[in-house]
Design a protein around this ligand. Structure first.
Ligand SMILES: Nc1ncnc2c1ncn2[C@@H]1O[C@H](COP(=O)(O)OP(=O)(O)OP(=O)(O)O)[C@@H](O)[C@H]1O
Length: 249
């Protein structure tokens, strides 16, 4: 995070009259929404409603059929400041034979297409250690990722997304395939990050209980297929403190 780098309530994601079709199949139609700094936006919807498609458009992996998305005020097609954004896609899993260690995978979050680093500086090692610590996976840093459990792998993906200290973290069903206890710990952790680390979240989830408990029982917007639940920035400090003593300092 870059303290002081954001104006209060800056618009992080602006979605304007957005539509998307796969060929003849219209998936998203006339969607409007603005995610502001430190919002936690939860998206719930049935299978095939278009949630992943929406996230892929937001991170520039799919072009809109019409309408516009702006990230930090910049149209997504022109946006370059990807370090400000962390994205953990759906259904991540490493091939069991994938040879890289946890540390190597987390460090790879520092590299973008134009900036392939061969040697890792001391400062970058420290960034990596910090991300490992936040996700509580320091003790498995030298293990091969392919040999970890699903829950451990998910923590590695998150640490990789966190290494650049993103202002905005986008998660697509981050707890799929993870046991209930690990899920609860994971949600505690991201709620803590939201409340105390000045981050903005956009999370697709099928965990209706978690979404409603933290973000409120009524959606702030619904188009019948996709429901948006949101906890706004000014609410972020309260109420999570006492359940979260065990997550972060
Ligand atoms: N690459 C693709 N080509 C064609 N159709 C696609 C493609 N990807 C998704 N679709 C279709 O678009 C619709 C929306 O898919 P999407 O993955 O965005 O839904 P979702 O809300 O994320 O679903 P889930 O909850 O199952 O993850 C579905 O009907 C799906 O079959």
């Amino acid at each position: 995070m870059k303290p002081g780098s954001l104006d209060c309530h800056q618009h992080m994601i602006e979605i304007e009259d957005l539509s998307f079709s796969y060929g003849e199949q219209k998936v998203i139609s006339g969607l409007n929404y603005t995610v502001k700094e430190r919002d936690f936006l939860g998206i719930i919807g049935s299978n095939g409603a278009g949630k992943t498609t929406l996230l892929k458009m937001i991170v520039g992996l799919l072009p809109a059929s019409s309408g516009e998305i702006r990230l930090f005020g910049e149209p997504v097609r022109k946006f370059k400041d990807w370090e400000r954004l962390g994205y953990v896609p759906q259904k991540n899993a490493f091939n069991p034979l994938f040879p890289a260690t946890v540390r190597e995978v987390v460090l790879s979050g520092l590299y973008n297409n134009k900036n392939l680093i061969r040697r890792v500086s001391k400062a970058q090692q420290q960034q990596c250690d910090d991300a490992l610590e936040v996700m509580r996976i320091q003790d498995i840093a030298e293990k091969r990722v392919g040999q970890l459990s699903g829950g451990q792998q998910q923590r590695v993906f998150l640490a990789r997304a966190l290494i650049n200290h993103p202002d905005l973290l986008i998660l697509d069903e981050p707890t799929v395939g993870i046991d209930a206890e690990t899920q609860a710990g994971f949600f505690d952790l991201i709620m803590h990050m939201h409340a105390h680390h000045h981050m903005t979240f956009l999370m697709v989830s099928h965990d209706i209980d978690m979404i409603k408990n933290y973000l409120g029982h009524e959606p702030v917007q619904s188009n019948g297929k996709i429901n948006f639940y949101c906890r706004h920035s000014h609410e972020a400090q309260d109420c999570v403190e006492e359940n979260l003593q065990h997550t972060l300092v």
